[in-house]
Design a protein around this ligand. Structure first.
Ligand code: ATP
Ligand code: MG
Length: 452
């Protein structure tokens, strides 16, 4: 049946094998990847902090109507990608496929129009879409979202674009911005009727999917990648020529600001983006290194202005807004392609070694004291052998090892070992934390001075 997703092949877990596996399109993110995720989080926090965005943590489930009304019924997302179900209480709900409709819902629900405008919000959350999984496309994925609600000033369009561009740049990923203007709904309506006329004239050349688009959402023909469409699209009327003065000026301003900020962009008259709520500016970010399967290009993120969304969901008329979302798995693919993945190896300043049961017992608390004093300290309490522990200390690049043995426990002392020179000294166990903390601090200052 057309339009209806085909039944999934039996889930992996239902195969004969007794081992359980993740669902198709879902995955575990293991410790090996965490350095990169933490870097992404740090860069996001820094960036949003500088630009005065407040974080919002959104619920994973919403009433289905938030997306049906907010994203639009004729979009790919609502038509075929949502995980929707009815709960035990008979309520129809959906695992969030995107964040903008949620933010709009939250803006209205919490009366944010009474705050200073624009209200600037960011989120970093998981989203869910029932798509065919492939590299850079999962059923659960992460997005960084930026939304500025309550202003129609084109400087905000430019700022949001600049932020997404800088976010990638700070992670070592070079991007180009594809940009277009969709105009306001009235303009788009006039344009769509011309576009429909044009494609109806060429209906014989359209495939099944495109014929459906022609009926339901003709604008989407512009991002069709079906055979022969490239040529057809080239001859199609272009939206930019239908823009009135106000729309044109808005767009020109955005481009001027981007020029000033030195953000590289390409005008792309075919960029329409998949969501109904966009008005005026729309954009997408692509990595200069392709990240898709077989060298194909997948966007790292995108966004646009959505001046109609807040009123559509029941908020005040004329609430201008602009936002963007970046796919973090794709950003990570781009980081890999650019060779900018951070090293995942953990290093420490100090390593704590213990020998014998009494030392292990006392050591638990001494280790905590180091940690509480803010010393970057490592351990391997599960190991009993000193040589093995010192090897780990070496691997973790500790400059100092602390050694607690049977004798030291009895004497109330502890050994400080310089890892490079091998020299050891015995100190009072009560003083060891402050001695070592000071030594590490001095080492760091010396290292910094020698660099300068
Ligand atoms: P695409 O055209 O690639 O399907 P989209 O237009 O559906 O993307 P948006 O809704 O604009 O995507 O979401 C913004 C970003 O979120 C995308 O550019 C992408 O980086 C990421 N994203 C979207 N869908 C997925 C997915 N299924 N898996 C991983 N990342 C995704
Ligand atoms: Mg999509």
């Amino acid at each position: 049946m057309p339009g209806k997703p085909k039944a999934e092949a039996a889930p992996k877990a239902a195969k004969k094998s007794k081992t359980l596996e993740t669902l198709r399109g879902f995955r575990d993110i293991l410790p090996d990847e965490q350095a990169a995720w933490e870097k992404i989080e740090d860069v996001a926090r820094n960036l949003t902090h500088s630009y005065g965005f407040g974080r919002i943590r959104l619920p994973a489930l919403e009433a289905t109507s938030v997306f049906e009304r907010g994203v639009g019924k004729d979009t790919d997302i609502v038509e075929k990608e949502m995980f929707t179900f009815v709960d035990q209480g008979g309520v129809k709900m959906t695992l969030r496929p995107e964040g903008t409709a949620q933010v709009a819902r939250a803006y209205i629900e919490h009366g944010m129009l009474n705050q200073q405008q624009p209200v600037k919000l960011w989120y970093m959350e998981q989203f869910f879409r029932h798509e065919r999984p492939q590299a850079g496309r999962y059923r659960q994925f992460w997005q960084l979202g930026l939304e500025a609600v309550g202003s129609d000033d084109p400087v905000l369009d430019a700022q949001i674009i600049l932020m997404t561009y800088s976010f990638c740049k700070d992670l070592g990923v070079d991007t180009i911005v594809n940009i277009n203007s969709l105009g306001t709904p009235a303009i788009r309506k006039a344009y769509i009727s011309e576009l429909t006329k044009y494609f109806k004239g060429h209906a014989k050349k359209l495939g099944e999917t495109d014929l459906k688009r022609l009926q339901r959402n003709p604008l989407r023909l512009l991002d069709s990648k079906e055979d022969g469409m490239e040529e057809l699209k080239a001859g199609a009327p272009q939206l930019i020529e239908y823009l009135d003065d106000e729309n044109k000026q808005h767009f020109m301003k955005v481009l001027e600001y981007l020029d000033e900020a030195e953000v590289p962009y390409t005008l792309n008259p075919f960029l329409v983006r998949g969501l109904d709520y966009y008005t005026k500016t729309v954009f997408e970010l692509v990595s200069t290194n392709p990240i898709g399967e077989n060298g194909s290009q997948l966007a790292l993120g995108g966004g646009g202005r959505y001046d109609g969304l807040i009123p559509l969901l029941g908020g005040r008329e004329a609430t201008g807004a602009i936002g963007a979302a970046l796919g973090l798995e794709r950003i990570m693919l781009a980081m890999k392609a650019a060779g900018s993945m951070p090293d995942n190896k953990r290093t420490v300043d100090v390593f704590f070694c213990q020998l014998g049961e009494a030392a292990r017992r006392k050591g638990l608390k001494i280790f905590e004291k180091f940690r509480q004093a803010g010393v970057d300290v490592g351990e391997a309490f599960a190991k009993g052998n000193l040589k093995a522990q010192l090897e780990i200390a070496d691997k973790m690049k500790a400059s100092v090892a602390i050694i607690l043995g049977q004798k030291e426990v009895l004497d109330g002392t502890i050994i400080i070992r310089d890892m490079e020179a091998g020299a050891q000294e015995i100190v009072d166990v009560e003083k060891v934390v402050s001695i070592v903390a000071k030594r590490i601090q001095d080492e760091k200052i010396a290292a910094k001075n020698s660099k300068e």
